[in-house]
Design a protein around this ligand. Structure first.
Ligand SMILES: Nc1ncnc2c1ncn2[C@@H]1O[C@H](COP(=O)(O)OP(=O)(O)OP(=O)(O)O)[C@@H](O)[C@H]1O
Ligand SMILES: [Mg+2]
Length: 252
């Protein structure tokens, strides 16, 4: 529908070997929404978000951001849609935590005092002020993920896409990242989370989209998800309850 915030219209992506990674995807994302895109390994989650971030171009179809085509004008989303990869190391650019955060605002050619104030605010937001002079590679996995989020915030991205944000994190770090996601939405950002770890995030999400072999199989609000046969899509049912030792098995 024209006027939607993000509109993905009939996009397909076929690789050189003939494999169809995305098949006629239609998806509308509203401003300020917290949406989870789930699916088993290889279902097309990362590929779809690379299209949304302008890193891939579809064979057919189009993607609109505020009614402007990302496919025709990829520069129109520069600094607007931030993709936070699972591998936090791949996004490290600066020699220190401070520099790494400041790179975005510098590239946006902001004034020096603006760059300083944004970087200091974002350091505070992400609880990394006491690590600001450390080399990013010296941070823990959870801290690196917070640094990646901080970098996107410093560019004031309107949309933040998180690819498997809970991978390899311990319990406190998962809680910390989850708190960041919730806070981002309450600050007005549109939050998109790609994951198969539904039990960690669904409580806070507005909508769930399930991808399977490059096709959208479900797109519904999180109030309606009890009816889904999660196992069919290679996803663990997030509604399991544990009361005794035998319940802890994953073999069911
Ligand atoms: N260059 C390529 N040629 C052929 N197939 C590819 C190529 N790149 C990716 N694919 C396939 O596209 C599919 C979608 O990949 P994608 O990375 O989007 O999956 P995903 O849902 O993010 O999976 P994961 O949960 O493992 O991260 C996969 O089956 C992958 O093997
Ligand atoms: Mg992926």
């Amino acid at each position: 529908m024209p006027g939607s915030f993000i509109r993905i219209e009939n996009i397909s992506h076929t690789f050189q070997n003939g494999y169809k990674g995305l098949d006629t995807i239609n998806l509308t994302i509203n401003k300020g929404e917290f949406i989870v895109i789930a699916g088993k390994n290889g279902s097309g989650k990362t590929l779809l978000m690379k299209h949304l971030s302008g890193l891939e171009t579809p064979d057919t179809g189009d993607i609109f951001y505020n009614d402007i085509s990302i496919v025709k004008k990829p520069e129109s989303i520069r600094g607007k849609i931030g993709l936070i990869f699972q591998d936090a190391d791949s996004q490290i650019l600066g020699e220190t935590v401070y520099d790494d955060i400041a790179i975005g605002p510098k590239n946006l050619r902001l004034k020096k005092d603006e760059i300083i104030s944004i970087t200091e605010n974002v350091l505070e937001w992400s609880c990394l002020t006491d690590k600001k002079d450390n080399h990013p590679y010296s941070l823990s996995g959870g801290e690196k993920r917070r640094l990646a989020i901080a970098g996107m915030l410093a560019m004031n991205c309107e949309v933040m896409v998180f690819d498997e944000p809970f991978a390899n994190l311990d319990y406190p770090s998962i809680v910390n990242v989850l708190q960041s996601l919730v806070k981002l939405q309450s600050d007005g950002k549109t939050v998109i989370v790609l994951t198969h770890e539904l039990e960690k995030v669904l409580s806070h999400a507005d909508r769930l989209v399930i991808l399977d072999n490059g096709l959208i199989k479900y797109d519904m609000t999180t109030n309606d998800i009890h009816t889904i046969d999660f196992n069919k899509f290679g996803l663990r049912n997030p509604f399991v309850t544990y009361t005794k030792k035998e319940d802890l098995t994953w073999l069911q």
